[in-house]
Design a protein around this ligand. Structure first.
Ligand code: AMP
Ligand code: MG
Length: 409
């Protein structure tokens, strides 16, 4: 049997990053930056006011108090977007709004709450230190500094920063195009009534969703019967632009021959017994040079093996620097796992107590218990050398969920 790490290594060796493209900023959410970004500008680009108030010279207002205000002449009104025409001299001020450039001569902004307007002048009711309430040019991002590293995933904050730098197009790896197929004569689509011997196809939906969540474009072909010609045709009909294929079912010993026969015709294929539970039978190969992941049929096996093999490979194709889920250490609250000798992935719920994460299994761990993936916050990974884990022992947990709903159920 093959170690999980060995299977991961082979899969990752077989994929390469997709071509670099420069996409409009708004299309980049969830993609990975392909080049380092160095700022061509200072952000903010000029000293500007952090408050609505008056731009003044700190020296003029040094002794200001409510009981002895300092009266200043107001030269002009400066809304955001306007450029000052005046220079602030001794005894003078400019009325300034948040974001407006600080006029020459001024070194401090006094918030409007600390002032009182009087005709053409203003009374300053409080002394402020020199430099107060001014946002300095470059205090957020300095011109010439490295802002973003290649391989990071572009989320809302990164996209905002890129917009601020003036990058209307962004170097990324293009979105992988995936084709998803479920194999099995027993499968029917969700909209059909159940009838004897049939079950609804879940895998093509979970796989398509996992691919999309990871950043791929997906064509979900749905169900292909256990028939060599049907599978062969489905794979061959796909156009040249596919980057990866993901199938489920038909790779365990019983069905093995079907998929094998087809894939020997249209590509090449390795069948692996990976030393893991769930997910032991796996197939991996290529169709017309594009990787094909033959995941097992059981719904949990599909999701667990997607996490271990497909998602990291997809992230490599997308140019990600980090291929794997974050792993935390947690303390087992209940016994889990069976015996040493095989890597086990236990769906666990996590909670926080004191400084620790506590992990307990979601319930039955069968490879068909898909509801365990709904309940699970993560996968406790019990390596080959780990036997049954007892309460109080520490386990590594791959974190699958960050959204708060999952944590309150
Ligand atoms: P197989 O690997 O094809 O022998 O399938 C293993 C188990 O997973 C069987 O019980 C199948 O009925 C089930 N299975 C296979 N494909 C799917 C699917 N797309 N959705 C739900 N269950 C499936
Ligand atoms: Mg099958």
């Amino acid at each position: 049997m093959m170690k999980v790490e060995e299977a991961q290594k082979r899969v990752l060796e077989a994929v390469v990053p997709l071509p670099l493209v420069r996409l409009p900023l708004e299309e980049c959410l969830g993609l990975f930056l392909a080049e380092e970004v160095v700022s061509p500008v200072d952000i903010p680009p000029f000293d500007n006011s952090a408050m609505d108030g008056y731009a003044v010279r700190a020296a003029d207002i040094a002794g200001a108090e409510a009981s002895s205000p300092v009266r200043l002449e107001v030269l002009e009104d400066l809304p955001a977007g306007k450029v000052p025409v005046s220079e602030v001299g001794q005894g003078q001020a400019v009325r300034i709004m948040t974001g407006a450039p600080v006029p020459r001569g001024a070194d401090t902004v006094v918030p409007v709450e600390d002032t009182e307007r009087e005709g053409k002048g203003t009374s300053i009711l409080r002394a402020w230190k020199r430099g107060s309430n001014i946002r300095r040019a470059g205090e957020d991002i300095r011109k010439g500094s490295t802002v973003l590293q290649p391989g990071i995933r572009l989320g809302p904050a990164e996209i905002g920063v890129l917009a601020g730098l003036g990058m209307a197009r962004v170097p990324v790896r293009r979105r992988p195009r995936a084709v998803v197929i479920s194999t099995g004569d027993e499968l029917i689509p969700p909209q059909e009534e159940l009838r004897p011997g049939k079950i609804r196809d879940t895998n093509s939906f979970t796989v398509a969703a996992m691919l999309r969540e990871a950043g791929a474009e997906v064509r979900r072909l749905g169900i292909i019967p256990d028939d060599a010609d049907a599978l062969r045709n489905a794979l061959l009909e796909e156009k040249e632009d596919v980057d990866l294929f993901v199938t489920s079912g038909g790779v365990s010993v019983g069905d093995y021959d079907l998929v094998k026969q087809v894939l020997d015709d249209v590509g090449r294929m390795d069948f692996w017994k990976v030393n893991m539970r769930p997910g032991k039978p796996q197939a991996f190969g290529s169709v017309r040079g594009k990787p094909l992941f033959g995941l097992p049929g059981n719904p949990v096996s599909v999701m667990v093996s997607f996490e271990q093999f497909v998602r990291p490979a997809l992230r490599r194709m997308m140019g990600a620097a980090a291929l794997f889920r974050p792993v935390i250490e947690a303390v087992a609250e209940e016994p889990m796992g069976r015996s040493a000798g095989r890597t086990e992935f236990i769906r666990v719920r996590l909670r926080r107590e004191g400084g620790d994460f506590l992990a307990r299994p979601t319930g039955p761990q069968g490879s068909g218990i898909l509801s365990s993936m709904v309940l699970g916050h993560g996968l406790a990974v019990l390596g080959e050398e780990v036997g049954r884990v007892q309460p109080g022992e520490r386990v590594a947990v791959q974190l699958l969920r960050a959204e708060p709903e999952a944590w309150v159920r």
